[in-house]
Write a new protein. Structure first.
Ligand code: EPZ
Length: 430
């Protein structure tokens, strides 16, 4: 199994270019199923979740033409099935977007219940509530089966009991070809929500208010195709900002939208990290000892939950005691047990972690347990003195394009090796 071997303790210096946003791409690619035409999509990240979606769309009858590393042409004019294969669809969480897209275009969809990271219960009741409000009959089991009663969804007013990225995007997709107007209140406002709305509008949809907590979608007869460029990945950028904060040094993080980074930049600045904003780049520098602070993850524009493991690693190296509160997921501290193998002093109680900063971490063999935790453990290995081997790196490759290459280019001593998997260590979180 592939592992990363990291010889840590060195500061990072250089430039890193951020790829297209994973959580925008894994919504925009299935959304192409709504388009009765050709979509040219640029700035697509080269990650395994994206290539998996290309296989799913091809299986449904789409023509997928990879134009280069970061651009693809999707032609969904000849879709012949609304039932993606169980084996492929169940492998990623974002497969639930196939329901909204297929139901919206064809009035029916049968999709395997999603897989993905397991940090607590990941229900889809709000997605189902939205589809039912628009006139679909939905049954859940190993599959999600949805059928529009009269063959076409009808516009509806939907209130989201809690802010949900997936439910907001899924209902938006289902609504663009519905008969009438749909409103989504208490909608999520993440940058990738706006990106999906902009993609759909560039294909002929009529969506207003994305990025606010109230989105209005006026159903149209068909989407005809066009060209769209995906936004840069806020979380990938934040991950590399956390890396240089942890190791010390200076990185120019290129291809960012500074506005999207504000919540992350301000938190790192509280810790003594210097951040200089350029038009589409951030110059991030850390030379002084890190200062403690508190973090609570919240829906955008709050501090993103997908940056919680990464910022916790930085806090583990800061002077003093910090409190990290996970405001979105029930159990997103599973990685702490692995972090403690490197010498971190962290006590977890449900959604709260108390982090006692330590002067330094020491390398050790550890395992990734999900995508962002894996990225955080890479950061810990880069900061730790000595050698860290990180297993289960396939999680990381789902959401980060060429992390090893990007880090090596700025001085990190990290390489991917194919080693026999160490015996499974019990992951303990105290
Ligand atoms: C998306 O997951 C992201 N995944 C997650 O990123 C991210 O952590 C999350 O949004 C929050 O920003 C993708 O975009 C593929 P939610 P999603 O619906 O849509 C509850 C990563 O690292 N909820 O916003 O599944 C849910 O339990 C991944 O890139 C319901 O109760 O998240 C959670 O507590 C990990 N019912 C909260 O809402 C529902 O029907 C937010 O979930 C849906 C969600």
């Amino acid at each position: 199994m592939n592992q990363y071997v990291i010889h840590g303790g060195h500061p990072l210096f250089g430039e890193i270019t951020v790829s297209g946003a994973k959580n925008a791409a894994v919504a925009i690619i299935p959304a192409a199923l709504l388009v009765d035409g050709v979509c040219r999509i640029e700035n697509v990240p080269q990650i395994s979740d994206v290539t998996l979606f290309f296989s799913i769309l091809e299986e449904l009858g789409a023509k997928v033409r990879v134009l280069n590393r970061h651009a693809v042409e999707l032609d969904c004019r000849s879709i012949h099935s609304t039932k993606p294969s169980y084996e492929l669809a169940r492998r990623i969480r974002a497969s639930y977007y196939l329901v909204g897209a297929l139901l919206g275009r064809f009035g029916e969809a049968t999709v395997a219940m999603p897989g993905g990271c397991n940090f607590g219960v990941r229900p889809i009741d709000l997605h189902v509530k939205g589809f039912r409000a628009m006139g679909a009959e939905v049954t859940e089991g190993g599959f999600i089966e949805a059928v529009a009663k009269d063959g076409r969804l009808k516009g509806a007013n939907i209130y989201m009991d809690q802010v949900s990225v997936g439910a907001t995007m899924n209902v938006m997709m289902a609504a663009v070809l519905a008969d009438g107007v749909t409103t989504i209140d208490n909608a999520a406002k993440e940058p990738h929500i706006v990106d999906l709305a902009n993609f759909l509008n560039s294909m002929g949809a009529d969506i207003k208010g994305a990025g606010t907590d109230s989105i209005k979608i006026r159903g149209v007869e068909k989407l005809t195709g066009g060209t769209y460029c995906i936004i840069p990945d806020q979380i990938e950028a934040g991950t590399y900002m956390a890396a240089v904060a942890a190791t010390g040094g200076q990185l120019l993080i290129k291809n960012v939208i500074p506005k999207h980074m504000e919540c992350i930049s301000s938190k790192l600045q509280e810790m003594g990290v210097s951040i200089e904003e350029h038009d589409d780049a951030l110059l991030v520098r850390r030379s002084e000892p890190l200062q403690r602070t508190n973090v609570k993850t919240l829906p955008y524009p709050g501090f993103p939950t997908d940056m919680q493991p990464q910022i916790t690693v930085v806090l583990a190296l800061a002077e003093g005691t910090s409190i990290v509160t996970e405001g979105v997921w029930d159990n997103r501290f599973k990685y702490v047990g692995e972090l403690k193998r490197l010498g971190a002093q962290i006590q977890v109680d449900g959604r709260v972690a108390v982090v006692e900063g330590v002067g330094r971490l020491e390398g050790a063999p550890i395992q990734a347990c999900d995508l962002r935790a894996g990225a955080a453990l890479v950061i810990a290995g880069l900061a730790a003195h000595g050698t860290t081997t990180l297993g289960s790196v396939q999680y990381i490759e789902r959401g980060y394009e060429d992390m090893v290459g990007k880090l090596r280019a700025v001085g990190a001593d990290i390489e991917m090796v194919d080693l026999p998997e160490p015996e499974k260590q019990e992951q303990t979180v105290s």
